[in-house]
Design a protein around this ligand. Structure first.
Ligand SMILES: Nc1nc2c(c(=O)[nH]1)N[C@H]1C(S)=C(S)[C@@H](COP(=O)(O)O)O[C@H]1N2
Ligand SMILES: [Mo]
Length: 268
């Protein structure tokens, strides 16, 4: 990626909206975890109402933002699917451990889910594929300026979170990957807040266009967060960690590209 691809949107002068937006997002993130996990409609939960009540001057902006965080990404028709889904970034992790997984058809793969949860667990690929699935046809937008439409099949992340039972202190979901992009010393990683993690179109996908997810696109499991830019959608997910903040993870900014200057918030 060239330097001009970094920090999309930083050239646009929109300081006050951005500041408000950030304050609201931080508030929603803070209250999001507990209210979502209680299984309630989080926009009506007491903690969200309390938060919004304290920001009277922001009510209009806050309501617009809540609506935008609930909105579904557009879904497309089968005839819109691109013949090949363009791979980007790592297309084949080089480690011996990953090569072994590929050679054994991912039989030894385990998706580990832990951190700030009450019931850490790990899934074999077979177990994971036996969970209820969702299929969606969506458009992927990369910050480099290309888009691609594909059909994804996978398990809603919300379903996995319900199984591991996050603690009240969990505010973010971190995805640790198998690849070291561009020979980086540490593996690729990414993160979502609890609201994005519980969005119905946020999937841990194992299928692309009706087949197993190809290695080039993140086999055996990759994240789909359909209202975010491509770099948020971690491929080769090995481990999921719930955390309160990013300070002990790599560069501390919540993602591989974030540690290198991209915005953590990559909503589109
Ligand atoms: N583990 C990992 N995940 C990653 C990347 C990567 O290099 N490694 N690249 C990101 C970027 S910038 C994009 S656009 C998409 C590309 O997904 P694709 O290869 O299926 O097109 O994956 C994202 N997730
Ligand atoms: Mo990207």
């Amino acid at each position: 990626m060239s330097d001009s691809d970094q920090n999309p949107g930083t050239t646009a002068p929109r300081p006050s909206i951005d500041r408000r937006r950030r304050r609201i997002l931080e508030g929603l993130t803070a209250v999001g975890a507990t209210s979502l996990l209680a299984g309630c409609d989080w926009t009506k939960s007491q903690s969200v109402q309390d938060f919004l009540g304290k920001t009277e001057d922001l009510t209009q902006a806050a309501q617009e933002l809540i609506a935008s965080r609930e909105a579904l990404a557009r879904e497309f028709q089968p005839s819109d699917i691109a013949p090949t889904f363009k791979p980007n970034g790592t297309i084949r992790p080089q480690s011996a451990a990953y090569q072994n997984l590929v050679e054994n058809n991912f039989e030894n793969y385990r998706l580990r889910v832990g951190g700030l949860v009450n019931q850490p667990r790990s899934y074999s690929l077979e177990e994971f594929k036996s969970l209820p699935a969702r299929t969606q046809i969506t458009r992927h937008d990369c910050v480099e300026g290309w888009s691609c439409i594909g059909q994804w099949t996978g398990v809603q992340l919300s379903r996995v979170l319900a199984q591991v039972k996050p603690k009240g202190s969990a505010k973010y979901v971190v995805f640790h990957c198998a690849d070291h992009l561009d020979g980086a010393p540490k593996p690729y990683y990414e993160s979502l807040d609890m609201i994005e993690a519980h969005h119905p179109q946020t999937l841990l996908a194992y299928g692309l266009n009706g087949s197993n997810l190809p290695v080039a696109n993140g086999a055996p499991i990759r994240l789909r967060a359909e209202r975010q830019l491509g770099y948020k959608m971690a491929k080769y997910v090995m481990q999921i960690e719930l955390v309160e903040n990013f300070k002990n993870i790599q560069g501390g900014k919540g993602g591989f590209w974030e540690d290198r200057g991209y915005n953590w918030w990559a909503g589109i």
